[in-house]
Design a protein around this ligand. Structure first.
Ligand code: HSE
Length: 431
């Protein structure tokens, strides 16, 4: 049976999982795919710590060049993370004629434009199924399963840490800090959770999803990014009373000839499937013209789930090698009808707004007056408590308004003496 040699750079959690699957399911896989995937070398800076898989020690090296320069290695799996030297390793490997499997969403989001171009130039491929939603086969589905489709939008809950925190707040009435501490204690959040809770991880994934759906490689600066650290328990509960859940959504949406790319906490109606995605789970809601609306759902992290995606990429790549010809990645189709990126100020949305005001006659009239000046129409309004001479929340849902108009109105309202705290505005998506 033909053997395909693979070099692994990065023998951490996911790398160990991939080696374990390839070893435990060796015959299962070779029966299915008609060849053997052989791990020829493994590079890591730590080659002494014990992992939960048996590996012949002679496969280990601390020098990635030994893998990159090995002419017998056809595919390199990069699971080391970080930008440098991962980028240089991948670039060098492509130049040496190797194909790449990577789970490094931060690298591909930041440097993908250059790396994908290099791969195309060399007639090679970079596969990255594990970079979004771990074992959920979203990349392959967008690229292959839905190849005939044009996409309208993709809405993703793509950060398990944030989703766990928001779920704990909604389901168990926890504060943001309590939920974050629980996520850390359970190993769902990093010691420094900034990338996850401030939306950067979701933005990295959104760049890759936007590329696949619309053929546009947007940069981080193109994406409006707002995390969940400012979401309060009060807002989660008021939103619930109004029939919504708050989720951190990564959104790429085409509206006429413009594309919106944004990551922010969003109110989603409770009857929408995405609102019931709880805990560390991820989900992607894709709207396409032929296949309709599709929901992809599953664990968005975990050793074997992510490793399952890595092995799937490896198998895909080996199929071309088996046939004696390289199987190139399908071209990413550029949606030529998109003429520009719509900036956050230009979007139109419904909003949930909470004002903290004194409780006396005329307060609502003053707020409504400013909103009216900007053409903003109120859909519903509730005063949550009645405490004479104290600060009370007024919660509103407003009809579709331009973000720019709402921001201007909120700035003016914020200067009124009846307003006692910074107002909160959260976008609503009907999805
Ligand atoms: N840190 C990510 C999350 C998992 O919390 O979902 C890996 O992409």
């Amino acid at each position: 049976m033909k053997k395909i040699n693979v070099g692994l750079i990065g023998f951490g959690n996911v790398g160990t999982g991939a080696v374990k699957i390839l070893s435990d399911r060796k015959h299962f896989l070779s029966n299915k795919i008609g060849l053997e995937i052989n791990i020829k070398k493994i590079c890591d800076k730590d080659i002494s710590s014990k992992r939960n898989v048996a590996v012949d020690r002679c496969l280990f090296t601390k020098d990635a060049k030994e893998i990159i320069n090995d002419p017998q290695i056809d595919i390199i799996v990069e699971l080391m993370g970080g930008i440098h030297p991962a980028k240089e390793y991948i670039a060098e490997a492509l130049k040496k004629g190797k194909s790449i499997v990577s789970a490094n969403k931060a690298l591909l989001a930041q440097e993908g434009r250059e790396l994908f171009a290099l791969a195309q130039d060399r007639g090679k491929s970079i596969y990255f199924e594990a970079s979004v939603g771990a074992g959920i086969p979203i990349i392959k589905s967008l690229r292959e399963g839905l190849v005939a489709n044009k996409f309208y939008s993709i809405f993703g809950i793509v950060n398990g840490t944030s989703n766990f925190i928001l779920s704990q707040m909604s389901n168990n009435n926890c504060t943001f800090n309590d939920a974050l501490n629980e996520a850390k204690a359970k190993g769902f959040a990093e010691k420094d959770p900034t990338l996850d809770i401030e939306g950067m991880d979701s933005a990295h994934k959104l760049i890759l999803l936007t590329y696949l759906c619309f053929g546009r490689f947007v940069s981080l600066e193109d994406i409006f990014i707002e995390g969940i650290s400012q979401v309060s328990l009060a807002d989660v509960n008021y939103a619930k009373e109004l029939g919504f859940e708050i989720k951190l959504l990564a959104i790429a949406k085409k509206e006429s000839d413009e594309l919106e790319v944004r990551v922010h906490p969003t109110l989603i109606p409770k009857m929408h499937l995405l609102s019931s995605v709880s805990g560390i789970f991820n989900a992607l809601y894709v709207s396409s013209d032929l296949a309709g609306n599709l929901l992809f759902y599953g664990p968005g992290a975990g050793q074997l789930s992510a490793a399952s995606a890595v092995v799937s990429d490896l198998v895909d790549l080996t199929q071309g090698l088996k046939a004696g010809m390289f199987r190139p990645t399908l071209n990413i189709a550029v949606d030529k009808s998109i003429k520009k990126l719509r900036r956050i100020n230009e979007i139109e949305s419904r909003y949930y707004i909470r004002f903290m005001t004194v409780d006396k006659p005329g307060v609502l009239a003053k707020i409504a007056g400013v909103l009216a000046k900007f053409g903003i129409s109120i859909a519903s309004v509730t005063q949550k408590e009645r405490k004479k001479a104290q600060v009370v929340p007024i919660v509103m849902i407003i009809h579709e308004a331009k973000e720019k108009d709402l921001r201007s109105a909120l700035e003016i309202i914020g200067r009124l003496d009846i307003i006692k705290e910074k107002s909160v505005a959260i976008r609503i998506e009907e999805v």
